[in-house]
Design a protein around this ligand. Structure first.
Ligand SMILES: C[S@@+](CC[C@H](N)C(=O)[O-])C[C@H]1O[C@@H](n2cnc3c(N)ncnc32)[C@H](O)[C@@H]1O
Length: 261
């Protein structure tokens, strides 16, 4: 009977190797075989660059898996199937595999899908996901902004839902994190201008990497082709809030009252 290795998704944080967790760091040096994602064969891998900047040498047998950036369902399906089949082949050698993940492995990451398909093919494969620092947590820290305080609401969405949805969500959430904002930059900037929210928006590109860029004057980005690894933090201080159910506070008040009784 085949003894499969474990499939480990190692979150590496968004770019600064100092944000790699101790757990991911240990797994990278555990003797597990490395797998890393690329958009095209033999192209550079952002995830790999994070560990290289952290001072780890890439093992000679590290292998790339190609996940093309396309909306063509046929090409995507084929690439996903190839990646999963190759992963199963390697796991069947009995050695653990560590899949390098930029940011956090549970947040809009290739790893979740890969692990699911691998498990469909071989249900007994053990999967471990090592959590990590997401791009937007690091972006908020770099820009010295809070994502949410006290009763504030926070939504994290791919900007591709379009400006209509973003416009609506601005009424529902105090802070919006817009990921994958690149193709919609100009439309988003126009919307923020209409809503009077340019001053409370911030654009962050390649956070944690040597090329990190923070742009507070987001209107200045109009017409610019920004990097795919970029996001926008939008705060709506004018949002009208609904009634809050203060159950937790009531319970605390009751606890305090009984403590003083
Ligand atoms: C496929 S998602 C990956 C998210 C990632 N797993 C995370 O935890 O942040 C890619 C999107 O995340 C955002 N992103 C990822 N890394 C980033 C970085 N270093 N700087 C800014 N945005 C980043 C961008 O919006 C990008 O289009």
């Amino acid at each position: 009977m085949t003894r499969y290795g474990k499939l480990i998704g190692a979150s590496l944080g968004p770019g600064d190797p100092e944000l790699i967790t101790r757990r991911s760091w240990a797994v990278l040096q555990s003797g597990a075989r490395w797998l890393y994602p690329v958009k095209k064969a033999e192209e550079s891998s952002y995830a790999l660059s994070i560990v290289e900047r952290g001072g780890l040498a890439v093992p000679a047998d590290a292998e790339e898996l190609v996940f093309p950036m396309t909306r063509d369902a046929e090409i995507l399906l084929k690439a996903w199937a190839n990646a999963a089949v190759r992963t199963v082949e390697l796991l069947a050698e009995g050695r653990d595999l560590v899949f390098l993940v930029e940011g956090d492995a549970s947040t809009f990451a290739t790893f979740g899908h890969l692990a699911r398909v691998v498990r469909e093919l071989v249900p007994e494969v053990e999967v471990e996901t090592i959590p990590g620092v997401s791009s937007f947590a690091a972006a908020a820290a770099s820009a010295e902004l809070s994502l949410a305080e006290e009763d504030e609401t926070l939504a994290i969405i791919p900007a591709a839902y379009g400006v209509g949805v973003i416009d609506h969500l601005l009424d529902e959430f105090d802070t919006l994190v817009l990921l994958k904002v690149k193709p919609l930059m100009d439309d988003v900037i126009d919307l923020l201008e209409r809503r009077g929210l340019l001053a409370t928006s911030c654009f962050i590109e390649k956070v944690g990497s040597p090329d990190e860029r923070i742009v507070r004057d987001v209107a200045s980005l109009k017409g610019e082709k920004v990097n795919y690894l970029s996001l926008m933090l939008v705060q709506n201080p004018k949002r009208e809030r609904g009634e809050l159910r203060r159950g937790c506070r009531q319970r605390k008040d009751a606890q305090d009252a009984s403590a003083h009784a």
